[in-house]
Ligand binder design. Structure first.
Ligand code: FES
Length: 280
């Protein structure tokens, strides 16, 4: 996709350069100018009187029909050697100036557009969603989770960081792929905020301590495993890496949530539900 975009932009740029760099504005004079040149050119004023083609033809015809008439022989004309015009003397015509400014403006616009396209197609460059992002220090994030008593929401990554309990690891090893296990072993999951039902953002319900979707009532426990509602599986997630005391999440890789029935933590609702009117 990126390669195609670059190829198209380069081709366009070449086309613009080619079509505008050709100088069609010199070498051809308008009919009016040519007429003027012929009529009263100051340079031709003292040129020797020349016999024009038409007069010569007339004289020849006359000589044929009327013997004794002389035909004027045209004088030898020396060929003037061509001297290329010094570009400095020629200068930049107004038309050239406008042409060049148009090319420059068009080029600027095109490169701006190209840069925007590249930035759009290359989310990794911007360091936002779709790339590997650093969420913060483990200690700070855990502190925030404990203080607020809810998973840490990181909007730039469209994700929640939720703690994963150590005693859930044996069960997790059976249910989860190798891509998410290292993160779970270091005590964290990064859950994609998007409901796997129809894509609403799933908020965390502080009373039940579950994720509960307001759109159609899907419910997931604190580590994103499906508990109720129409969702076809648990919340999707991203690989988490803890190194040097900070958490980084690769939001370029979305890992499908666990199938219905996976329950590694056994966490039941811890209070009233936020959706569906259900009570514990
Ligand atoms: S979108 Fe969340 S339950 Fe339908």
């Amino acid at each position: 996709m990126i390669a195609i975009a670059i190829a198209v932009l380069v081709a366009l740029a070449f086309l613009v350069l080619f079509t505008t760099s050709r100088r069609r504005d010199t070498g051809r004079l308008s009919a009016e100018t040519r007429r003027k040149d012929k009529s009263d050119s100051p340079f031709l004023a003292d040129a020797p009187e020349q016999v024009r083609g038409k007069d010569y033809e007339r004289q020849v015809t006359l000589a044929r029909t009327t013997p004794g008439t002389d035909v004027a022989v045209p004088a030898e004309t020396a060929v003037t050697p061509y001297v290329p015009v010094d570009p400095e003397t020629l200068g930049v015509t107004r038309r050239q100036f406008f042409n060049r400014s148009i090319v420059a403006m068009f080029g600027l616009g095109l490169s701006g557009f190209g840069a925007a396209v590249l930035a759009f197609l290359w989310p990794g460059l911007s360091g936002g969603f779709g790339s590997k992002i650093t969420v913060g220090k483990v200690d700070d994030v855990m502190q925030a989770i404990n203080d607020a008593k809810q998973p840490f929401y990181y909007s730039a990554g469209r994700l929640y960081i939720s703690p994963f309990p150590k005693d859930g690891i044996p069960k997790a090893k059976k249910a989860y792929s190798a891509a998410v296990l290292p993160g779970m072993e270091s005590g964290l999951v990064a859950l994609y905020q998007k409901c796997v039902h129809l894509g609403c953002r799933v908020p965390f319900c502080p009373t039940s301590q579950w994720f509960e979707c307001g759109c159609h009532g899907s419910q997931y426990n604190r580590v994103g495993e499906k508990k109720g509602g129409p969702a076809p599986r648990g919340l999707d997630r991203f690989p988490v890496e803890v190194s040097g005391g900070s958490i980084s999440v690769n939001t370029g890789i979305v890992i499908q949530g666990p199938p219905i029935g996976v329950n590694t933590t056994g966490q039941e609702a811890e209070g009233p539900h936020c959706v569906g009117g259900g009570h514990h």
